[in-house]
Design a protein around this ligand. Sequence first.
Ligand SMILES: [Zn+2]
Length: 433
Amino acid sequence: MITPFRLHAALLTPHSKERMSWHPHGVLVVDERGAIAWRGAEEELPEHFLPLKEIRSPHVLLPGLIDTHVHLPQLDCRGKFGASLLEWLDRFIYPEELRFAEEHVARDIARRFFAALAGAGTTTAMVYGTVHERATDIAFEEAERARLRVVFGKVLMDREAPAGLLESAADGIAATERLIERWHRKTARLWYAVTPRFALSCTPQLLSGAAVLAKRHDTYVQTHCNESGGEIARVAELFPAAPHYTGVYEAAGLLTPRTVLGHNIHTDDAQLAMLREHDCAVAHCPDSNLFLGSGRFPIEMHERHGIRVGLGSDVGAGTTLSMFHIMHAMSHVQARSLHPFVPLYHATLGGAAALGQDESLGSLDPGKQADMIEVEIEQSFCRGRRLHELSAQEIASVLVYRSSNQRVGRMWVGGEEIQRAEDGTGAAPSPAV
Ligand SMILES: [Zn+2]
């Protein structure tokens, strides 16, 4: 329970890709359960809310940002050039993930990772771990300590990776089930995602075992799909009977309404129809796609098939946890002018929809959880005008297209202010000299 309050600020909140509500002099009322009780213009605030504690913000208030695809163990691997996906995994990522066998490494990086997420204004994230059971416990402990909403899973791999990251299908499934029992819905902010890394690193037995667990415990599923040419060719060799990459996951039973597939760039109508039939969601990771040269995400095709699409940073192929940067990158990938409402929608309400949480997250609507962030708008953008004189489109535009300048101020999750002691970059402390 929290002390109810009313927050006076300029409020911007999405309804759809085309429509946002903008209250230049807005008020948001948060009740004792941390939910939004009322939202609107200051002059319309019902009198019975006046006795509540008042907080005033000189900044723009947005719904908390949602990152639907990110790898905790890759926090320190950002920006390591590796040419293609498979080469990059071998050279940088697998060696780094091997280090998570050591508890102090797992603890240090998990703590910095969640601090950096909060620093970036991300209130909800769907996150990949490593194969290690103990490191997964540590990540959940740190997620709980950080007070963020986190969907997390231990990665499953039983082939085509270094020996230290492989386990038998039976061992991987048993460890996953123990982790689900310990962490799935342990609090209202934690969920488990059964996480076969991608078809390439999993035998059919492991994939179908993972699907059974997800169904039995009603968890999320996260995996990668159709990211790069080399990966797709190898999956075709390993699963010769499958009609295509998506078909591998369907045969295993992994396509569910709680499944979020990362990337899905090189897809087609047959595969998208399959995703629609199973009501799966996709995490679009534009910054990662640019870094690895993976290709242009076909957003129009996903829209045509009615697929829910969230945005993901995909750190460490993504170079930053800042969803402002990721929104901006979305327009670079599309290589056309994109209305700023579109990326802002996908990083908030669209992300919530991808996670099946749009009833409770993703916008500042009454009844939803009060997950929100303050963002400072640069004075130079206002050019002598005051914040409340700008339009919704101008505000969205500066948020998305001056992405490198965004400064997140205070942040609330479920109406609870999150204390952010660290600088939000996730940087390791410099070694003592
Ligand atoms: Zn990824």
